[in-house]
Design a protein around this ligand. Structure first.
Ligand SMILES: *[C@@H]1O[C@H](CO)[C@@H](O)[C@H](O)[C@H]1NC(C)=O
Ligand SMILES: *[C@@H]1O[C@H](CO)[C@@H](O)[C@H](O)[C@H]1NC(C)=O
Ligand SMILES: *[C@@H]1O[C@H](CO)[C@@H](O)[C@H](O)[C@H]1NC(C)=O
Ligand SMILES: *[C@@H]1O[C@H](CO)[C@@H](O)[C@H](O)[C@H]1NC(C)=O
Ligand SMILES: *[C@@H]1O[C@H](CO)[C@@H](O)[C@H](O)[C@H]1NC(C)=O
Ligand SMILES: *[C@@H]1O[C@H](CO)[C@@H](O)[C@H](O)[C@H]1NC(C)=O
Ligand SMILES: *[C@@H]1O[C@H](CO)[C@@H](O)[C@H](O)[C@H]1NC(C)=O
Ligand SMILES: *[C@@H]1O[C@H](CO)[C@@H](O)[C@H](O)[C@H]1NC(C)=O
Ligand SMILES: *[C@@H]1O[C@H](CO)[C@@H](O)[C@H](O)[C@H]1NC(C)=O
Ligand SMILES: *[C@@H]1O[C@H](CO)[C@@H](O)[C@H](O)[C@H]1NC(C)=O
Ligand SMILES: *[C@@H]1O[C@H](CO)[C@@H](O)[C@H](O)[C@H]1NC(C)=O
Length: 564
């Protein structure tokens, strides 16, 4: 090695640590910014998001957001979500005291606010929320606004009752002209789910959970409409055809319309070509089965230009604001703030089954946080890699002070490429999907179809349960909360409460049967078991505990309880 290359490597390492050159593609091939070819120098990839410095005293973080990502002119009622959270990272310092002229000092319990249009000062909501409360909903008459394609800029002015402490927050509100061709997809910003409307729903917005596969185009869908029908008949609620589409694409998209099989439109190979994006969006925007747009496939892994996803987003939404835009992130912690831009929905694709997380068989190098590619970035090669990735993406949004976007899981349903020694088993596939739902995934789109017959059948069974009432009502009607079970570290348990019922989801991450009794203490009062939509665990409800004598390895179970 010459002095010059040593110097260059040292300089590169220094600059990468500063985040200066991590963006440029150097001669060293990298994945998630890490060199992966044997013999490459070790270079810190940079771009790691760290928690912001916490404030020594809690800050008051006031936020406002429309309940739905878009409204259309046939709707008369809109709604805002108002948060007055205490945060250690974001917001303004505040004093817990107010004093009206001449009066005694009082605690600062309520934030009084107005929500109005920035341009005209027209007030849409005037009310108050408790300090340290989130997800407060305020309906307003949206039909007083003129439908338009551009966003309305909205501002919230908040103050303590004495007016001494003031807070502002802004958001954008979309009130679009109604659309009677094709479909409309909204995001419910409160619970993260989708609302989908088209001719099959009689243009009503119905709660929707996508459960399906990225599906081969050239190797499957394109070959015959029978193949499309086979997929549909398995009972998946949605499909993600993998680009690139051939000249007979319209035949297949027309058929998806006929079946009412909602699809995600993939522009992975073309999303940086804005001319092409505009052409494709114009071509596909009026299909009645169009669910969402999909731009970048692992832009972070590939180190695509930082601005690529937002440029594509702006191009798409100028032509079509009626559908959300999604992309999938592959890296665990590599310029999340940059690559997550330009997405209404974030997807993650941690594939942990059958990998060697510490040694790359493909490249013959070790894998660690700065070096190597083992097929699953910074993974341990265990089921928890999936839930950890979902949790961490939500954590990053909190670090950045962003309102959480829906995250979807892309669970593994394949093997090969010298990273993955084997497919998941049937139990593992069920575990990864249900584990994702426990950790707030709002849809499941597995990689990839065609898959093994037993996985196609197993996922079909699960899809038919989680995409339909009653389970769907919980998954889209609330956010899950976790329950930790003492003495059973490998049990992942979550619950959703809607109206007078709770859905409990239990996932055993253990690869061995648990022979000791399991007792889950519920943090709410339950009266009786209403149904067990999934699994064969024989739970007993007694008091506020769900118990069972033993639990099979990798068991998955869904139980619905009536609350007392
Ligand atoms: C990662 O592995 C590379 C290559 O062996 C090594 O140079 C580097 O020190 C390791 N980094 C960490 C954080 O362990
Ligand atoms: C709050 O405002 C009132 C007038 O409304 C004023 O008299 C008082 O001094 C202010 N208190 C503080 C702590 O700023
Ligand atoms: C403000 O003070 C009151 C009275 O001491 C207390 O009840 C309340 O919890 C405090 N609120 C916050 C957000 O600290
Ligand atoms: C504050 O909000 C509560 C709940 O929305 C409402 O009942 C009350 O009237 C409001 N107070 C004022 C002064 O607006
Ligand atoms: C804020 O609310 C949380 C839970 O809702 C509660 O645990 C916490 O004690 C509250 N903080 C203050 C200062 O009142
Ligand atoms: C699409 O075109 C290819 C190539 O011409 C053909 O083999 C295939 O059958 C066509 N697919 C459908 C669904 O008609
Ligand atoms: C909805 O419209 C599509 C054409 O966009 C048509 O193929 C389909 O049959 C219609 N579905 C219903 C239920 O009317
Ligand atoms: C971008 O897309 C347009 C329209 O499809 C095409 O004509 C053009 O060749 C593409 N440009 C590049 C650089 O691929
Ligand atoms: C996007 O970023 C690239 C550098 O990666 C730059 O060359 C290009 O000008 C940027 N495009 C826009 C529209 O800002
Ligand atoms: C990973 O590969 C290394 C080196 O071949 C080997 O020592 C280790 O046992 C493997 N680990 C797993 C989990 O397969
Ligand atoms: C389920 O558990 C109950 C109470 O423990 C028991 O009476 C019943 O026989 C069990 N049923 C099955 C199918 O194992």
């Amino acid at each position: 090695m010459t002095i010059a290359t040593t110097f260059t490597a040292a300089l590169a390492a220094f600059l990468a640590a500063q985040g200066v050159i991590a963006q440029t593609t150097t001669a060293i091939p990298r994945w998630c910014g890490k060199p992966y070819e044997s013999g490459s120098p070790n270079i810190n990839p940079g771009g790691q998001l760290e928690p912001p410095k916490p404030s020594p005293t809690p800050l008051l973080y006031v936020q406002v957001e429309p309940r739905h990502s878009i409204y259309v002119s046939s709707e008369k009622t809109g709604s805002f979500i108002v948060d007055a959270a205490l945060s250690k990272y974001h917001g303004e310092p505040y004093r817990n005291s107010t004093q009206q002229l001449g009066g005694p000092s009082q605690p600062f319990n309520n934030l009084f606010f107005t929500i109005s249009l920035e341009n005209t000062d027209q007030v849409l909501v005037s009310n108050n929320v408790s300090v340290n409360s989130t997800n407060n909903l305020f309906d307003f008459d949206i039909s007083q606004l003129q439908p338009q394609y551009d966003a309305y800029d909205v501002v919230l002015y908040g103050a303590s009752d004495d007016g001494n402490q003031t807070f502002t927050a802004t958001t954008k509100l979309f009130y679009l002209p109604d659309k009677k061709t094709g479909s409309v997809t909204k995001i419910d910003n409160l619970n993260g789910g989708l609302l989908f409307s088209n001719n099959a729903s009689n243009y009503e917005f119905i709660p929707f959970l996508a459960f399906g596969f990225y599906t081969s185009w050239g190797g499957y869908l394109e070959l015959s409409l029978e193949n499309v029908k086979t997929y549909y008949d398995l009972g998946y609620s949605a499909i993600h055809p993998v680009a690139s589409y051939s000249s007979n694409a319209s035949l297949i998209f027309d058929y998806l319309d006929e079946l009412n099989l909602p699809f995600q439109y993939d522009m992975r190979g073309t999303y940086t070509n804005l001319t092409s994006v505009a052409e494709q969006v114009t071509m596909a925007k009026d299909y009645s089965s169009l669910l969402a747009w999909y731009t970048a496939d692992e832009p972070d892994g590939n180190q695509d230009p930082f601005n690529a996803t937002s440029l594509a987003y702006d191009t798409i939404t100028k032509i079509d604001k009626y559908h959300p835009v999604s992309l999938v992130l592959n890296c665990e912690n590599y310029y999340f703030d940059k690559y997550s831009q330009g997405a209404d929905i974030l997807m993650e694709d941690a594939y942990p089954i059958g990998i060697n997380a510490t040694w790359s068989q493909k490249w013959n190098t070790p894998c660690n946080t700065t070096y190597g590619d083992c097929g699953c970035d910074n993974c341990a090669g265990e089921l928890q890699d999936v839930s950890n990735r979902l949790d961490i993406l939500a954590q990053y949004e909190e670090y950045l002070g962003q309102s959480p976007r829906p995250v979807w899981a892309v669970p593994q349903s394949f093997d090969g490429e010298q990273y993955w020694d084997r497919n998941p088993t049937v139990d593992e596939t069920w575990v990864m999907n249900q584990l994702s739902l426990n950790h707030k995934a709002k849809s499941i789109m597995m990689w990839t179809f065609p898959t093994l017959d037993d996985l196609a059948t197993a996922n079909s069974k699960q899809s038919k349960v989680v995409t339909k009432s009653p389970v769907l009502d919980f998954l889209t009607g609330a956010q899950p909360k976790g329950i930790s079970v003492e003495g059973h570290r490998l049990l992942d348990v979550a619950y959703w409460i809607v109206d007078n019922q709770a859905l409990i989801s239990v996932v055993n991450l253990g690869y061995a049967d648990s022979s000791s009794p399991v007792s889950i203490e519920l943090p709410f009062a339950a009266a009786s078991t209403a149904s067990t939509p999934w699994g064969s665990v024989n739970w007993t409800l007694s008091g506020n505990a769900l118990s069972v004598q033993s639990l099979d390895a990798l068991a998955t179970s869904l139980v619905i309880l009536d609350l007392s």
